[in-house]
Design a protein around this ligand. Structure first.
Ligand code: TYD
Ligand code: MG
Length: 461
């Protein structure tokens, strides 16, 4: 039965192909990433670079035509922001995320907006759900137009035929792990299958100038299942994430050929689908405790957007031989480092205390600009100082306790002003970069000791 089939080993990380199993991948040097797959020889030929099939002549860069207004708006501002300003025809966008986080819901809503508001021909291809299931969900979301077409199919050849015949402007593939190319001859979701399917889709997107959204599930390790090559092949990689138990969801761009990365879009999951959250800082700060020690608002940049979050810290005497430290939403080692700085450079005896640090709202943030906020929350909790609600702090803390510069201080101050904060504690070295200091008090600090002294006097005012 296996006569014209053969066994090939693929690296899960980079897609390296080998005739025998290896412990370390010669391509990307990752260990233990090879998986065995049975492929038919036809599949091997097919995995050659199909996109380069038609011979191409070099052209002069200046003579390449492009239209200024090539990008178009999706109608969802939060999505446009992460895409770098709108949808680019002919691009391939991967939307990754944990199962059940809301990828299908998001893309169905994108289809709804594009087909009804913008009047575009949209094709939603699902290999996971039946047409009836999708209809049920669509009814719950409401507002779909006649232009939206549905296809429940997993065979890539049929999908290709349909797309070539119907020429829709937007296609959604839900999900890449269910798609299969018969020529490859392996199970759906396998490395060669995912690679091959993406190849075909890329060819369709570039050839016909349609925008294709691909849904990809995320594995336990947090990568899109299948080979890393998938991420290399597509133009844009978006991750849809969030705490399953909290209602908000973040769409984050980690790779974008048409815009900046690290942009985020914030959504809220409701019983009628996802709603955009245009002002996430306000949303994240709602329900903040009043006059509580160990709580301070900090500011972190996500792409070009500043986000204000509440940092909470609880410091108490340990009853263990080794103090317990726990962090939620931020880097554990960074918090340990900052505690050591506070101990040595600001004279707080944190050596035998337990400490818990939490970024309220379930957000995950690792920007060094949060350092000062974390330090002040820890110091506030240890010294039992209530930092007024109207104070916000940002700045990186160095190992000698110095407060270092952070980028885009101006934008952060503007966001704080917009949300009605009265005082900003920020690095002295950012003095020049804050152009507009009106309507808000700026307290520049150059050492963590000064910052702690400041919150002590702030309390007495
Ligand atoms: P779904 O889009 O199916 O997730 P994915 O495609 O990423 O696997 O989202 C499913 C979850 O979203 C499900 O747990 C229910 C929730 N949900 C709502 O809360 N409200 C809604 O209107 C919809 C459609 C889904
Ligand atoms: Mg789904």
């Amino acid at each position: 039965m296996l006569k014209n089939k053969k066994i090939v080993y693929f690296c899960k990380e980079c897609g390296y192909e080998s005739a025998k199993w290896m412990g370390q991948c010669p391509g990307c040097k990752a260990w233990n990433t090879f998986v065995e797959e049975v492929v038919t020889p036809a599949g091997k030929n097919a995995s050659g670079n199909r996109i380069a099939a038609a011979p191409q002549e070099p052209v002069l860069l200046n003579q390449v035509r492009f239209e200024e207004d090539m990008r178009f708006k999706s109608g969802m501002e939060e999505l446009d922001r992460v895409l770098g300003g709108g949808i680019v025809p002919g691009s391939l966008v991967l939307v990754g995320g944990d199962p059940g986080i809301g990828k299908s819901t998001l893309l169905l809503q994108v289809c709804r907006t594009l087909s009804s508001r913008e009047g575009m021909d949209v094709l939603y291809i699902s290999g996971e759900e039946s047409a009836r299931q999708i209809r049920m969900r669509a009814d719950r979301l409401g507002g779909f137009s006649d232009r939206m077409q549905l296809l429940c199919e997993t065979s890539l050849q049929s999908i290709r035929n349909v797309i070539e015949r119907k020429k829709p402007r937007i296609v959604v593939i839900d999900s890449i792990q269910t798609m299969m190319d018969e020529e490859v001859g392996t199970a759906p979701g396998s490395v060669s299958q995912v690679r091959e399917s993406t190849n075909v889709l890329m060819q369709l997107a570039k050839g016909l100038g349609i925008m294709i959204f691909i849904v990809g599930h995320v594995t336990k390790e947090g990568n899109v299942a299948g080979p890393r090559v998938l991420e290399h092949m597509v133009d844009t990689v978006l991750y849809f994430e969030g705490d399953r138990y909290a209602s908000y969801r973040i769409l984050r761009s980690v790779k974008n050929r048409f815009g900046s990365t690290n942009e985020i879009g914030v959504f809220e999951m409701t019983d009628k689908g996802l709603n955009e959250v245009p002002n996430p800082s306000e949303y994240l700060l709602s329900g903040r405790p009043e006059n509580a020690s160990g709580s301070v608002v900090a500011c972190s940049m996500n792409g070009t957007r500043p986000l204000l979050v509440e940092i909470q810290a609880l410091v108490c005497q340990t009853s263990f031989a080794m103090p317990r430290r726990t962090t939620v939403g931020t880097d554990f080692n960074r918090v340990n480092l900052l505690m050591a700085v506070l101990e040595r450079k600001a004279g707080l005896a944190l050596g035998n205390t337990d400490a818990y640090v939490n970024i309220a709202g379930g957000m995950k943030m690792n920007e060094p600009a949060l350092d000062l906020g974390i330090c002040l929350a820890l110091a506030g909790s240890y010294l039992d100082i209530v930092i007024p609600d109207s104070v916000i702090a940002f700045g990186e803390v160095g190992l000698s306790g110095e407060i270092r510069a952070v980028s885009m201080a101006d934008l952060r101050v503007a966001e704080a002003r917009k949300l009605g904060f009265k005082t900003v504690i920020l690095p002295e070295v950012c003095r020049q970069s804050v152009k507009d200091g009106s309507g808000i008090r700026l307290s520049f600090v150059s050492h963590i000791r000064d910052a702690i002294r400041l919150i002590k006097t702030e309390r007495n005012q």
